[in-house]
Write a protein that binds this ligand. Structure first.
Ligand code: AMP
Length: 395
C-alpha cells in the first residue's frame, strides 16, 4: 500500500483523532450488532500500546439531516466499546464546541473519548472546511479506520486531512490489501461470484471484473435479467426491464467466462410459505411463479467452478436468503467457499448482504476476509479511487 499507516508514525504523547465506523444498527438504545465496533479494536489497541495522550473517536450513525436526531445518537456505542476494550470511554454530546473540548481536556493520560454523531452537523456531508477545521483541532494526528465511509468525501474523513497528517488504521489497511492490492494481481484461477437484486447497480463492477477474472458466476435476481435478455419467460420473477440491453452486451462480451445458473428454485409467491419447486434453466418460469433462488444443480456447478480457484471474490446473495425457504443456494455457495479457504484459497466477501449471508450460513470465520463496507467495497472492486483513501498521506 502506498499510504502511511498508524504503524509508520510516532503516537507517544499525542492526541490521536480516529475516524471509526460505528454506524451500528440500533433498537432503541440497544446495539443489535457490534461487528463494526469490534472491527475497530485492533487499531485502538495498537494506538493504546503506543502510550498516546488520548484517543478521540469520530463517527457517523445513520442518516440524520445535519441536525441532532432522536434514535441516531452514538451514546450507546460508548459503554459498548468500554466493555470490549476494558477501560472507560467518555461520551461527549457534540463533536465540536465546548462539550467536546471539555470532555477531551478532562481525559486522563491514555483516556478515550467518543464524540457525538458527526452528521448532526450540516458541514459533515458538505465537507465544509470550517467544520473540518473544528474537528481537526481535537487532535495532533488523524487516523482513518472507517472503511465503510471511505467512498464518501465528508469532513470527518476527507476535509480533516487538510489540517492534520492523516494515516490509515489497521482495518482500513487490511481492507485495501484484500480488495485492491490482492485483486490487482490475483493468484489464478480468479473467480468472481455476483448476485443480489440488480444488474444495473453492479454494472461497473461487472465491467471491471470481466477483464480480470477467469470465471464470473452469476446468481440471485441478477441472473433473472440475463435470462430475460436471452428471451426466456421469467413470469413474476424480479427482472430489470431497463437493463436487458446491458445484460445482452455483457453476455456477448463475456462469452464462456460468464456462468449462469443451470436451475432455479421457484415459488408461487414472495414468501416462506410459498409453494416451491426446482426447474431447469432451459424451461420458462410458469405463469404466476417467480425465481427466488438458485437450485441444487447450480450449487454443485458453482462449487465445481470454485474447486480450483485460488482467489474468489463474492458480492450479493444467490437468492432471497432472508427467507429461509430460499436460502439454500446462498448457504451452499458460502459452504463451498469455506471449503476452498480451508484448502488455501483467498476468499473475499464484499460487505452488506453477502457478509450477512456468510454470517447466517455459520461460516464467517472460515473466510479470508469479510469487508466491513458494502458501498465502499463495491467501489474498490470497480477500480475506483475512494476519497477517504486518496486523502491519506503518501508513503
Ligand atoms: P443487492 O443489494 O443488489 O446485493 O441485493 C440484495 C438483495 O437481493 C437481497 O435482499 C435479496 O433478497 C435480493 N435477491 C436475491 N435474489 C433475488 C431473487 N431471485 N429475486 C428477488 N430478490 C432477490
Amino acid at each position: 500500500m502506498n499510504k502511511l499507516t498508524v504503524r509508520d508514525i510516532e503516537l507517544g504523547g499525542k492526541r490521536v483523532l480516529v475516524r471509526v465506523d460505528f454506524n451500528v444498527p440500533l433498537n432503541g438504545e440497544t446495539i443489535t450488532d457490534d461487528t463494526r465496533i469490534r472491527a475497530a479494536l485492533p487499531t485502538l489497541e495498537y494506538i493504546l500500546s503506543c502510550n498516546p495522550r488520548a484517543i478521540i473517536l469520530l463517527s457517523h450513525l445513520g442518516r440524520p439531516k445535519g441536525e441532532p436526531t432522536a434514535g441516531m445518537s452514538l451514546a450507546p456505542a460508548a459503554p459498548a466499546l468500554a466493555k470490549l476494550i476494558g477501560q472507560p470511554v467518555v461520551f461527549a454530546g457534540d463533536c465540536i464546541g465546548s462539550a467536546a473540548d471539555e470532555a477531551i481536556s478532562a481525559l486522563p493520560a491514555g483516556g478515550i473519548a467518543l464524540l457525538e454523531n458527526t452528521r448532526f452537523h450540516q458541514g459533515e456531508t458538505t465537507n465544509d472546511a470550517q467544520f473540518a477545521a473544528e474537528l481537526a483541532r481535537h487532535g495532533d494526528i488523524f487516523v482513518n479506520d472507517a472503511f465503510g465511509a471511505a467512498h464518501r468525501a465528508h469532513a470527518s474523513n476527507v476535509g480533516i486531512a487538510s489540517y492534520l497528517s492523516a494515516v490509515a488504521g489497521l482495518l482500513l489497511e487490511r481492507e485495501i490489501n484484500y480488495l485492491s492490492t490482492a485483486l490487482a494481481q490475483p493468484e489464478r484461477p480468479f473467480v468472481a461470484i455476483l448476485g443480489g437484486a440488480k444488474v444495473s447497480g453492479k454494472i461497473d463492477v461487472i465491467d471491471a471484473l470481466l477483464d480480470k477474472v477467469d470465471r464470473l458466476l452469476v446468481g440471485g435476481g441478477m441472473a433473472n435479467t440475463f435470462f430475460a435478455a436471452q428471451g426466456r419467460d421469467m413470469a413474476d420473477s424480479l427482472v430489470e426491464g431497463d437493463a436487458l440491453a446491458i445484460a445482452l452486451n455483457v453476455l456477448d462480451r463475456a462469452g464462456a467466462k460468464l456462468v449462469l445458473p443451470v436451475d432455479q428454485r421457484i415459488g408461487d409467491s414472495f414468501s416462506d410459505a410459498a409453494a416451491q419447486r426446482v426447474i431447469d434453466s432451459s424451461t420458462d418460469v410458469p405463469a404466476g411463479w417467480q425465481s427466488l433462488d438458485i437450485g441444487p444443480a447450480t450449487v454443485k456447478r458453482f462449487a465445481e467452478e470454485l474447486r480450483s480457484a485460488q482467489t474468489v471474490v463474492w458480492n450479493g446473495p444467490m437468492g432471497v436468503f432472508e427467507l429461509p425457504a430460499f436460502a439454500a443456494g446462498t448457504i451452499g455457495v458460502a459452504r463451498a467457499l469455506a471449503a476452498r479457504t480451508a484448502e488455501g484459497a483467498t476468499t473475499i466477501i464484499g460487505g452488506g448482504d453477502s457478509a450477512a449471508a456468510v454470517e447466517s450460513a455459520g461460516v464467517a470465520k472460515q473466510m479470508s476476509h469479510i469487508s466491513t463496507g458494502g458501498g465502499a467495497s463495491l467501489e474498490l472492486l470497480e477500480g475506483k479511487e475512494l476519497p477517504g483513501i486518496a486523502a491519506l498521506s503518501q508513503r
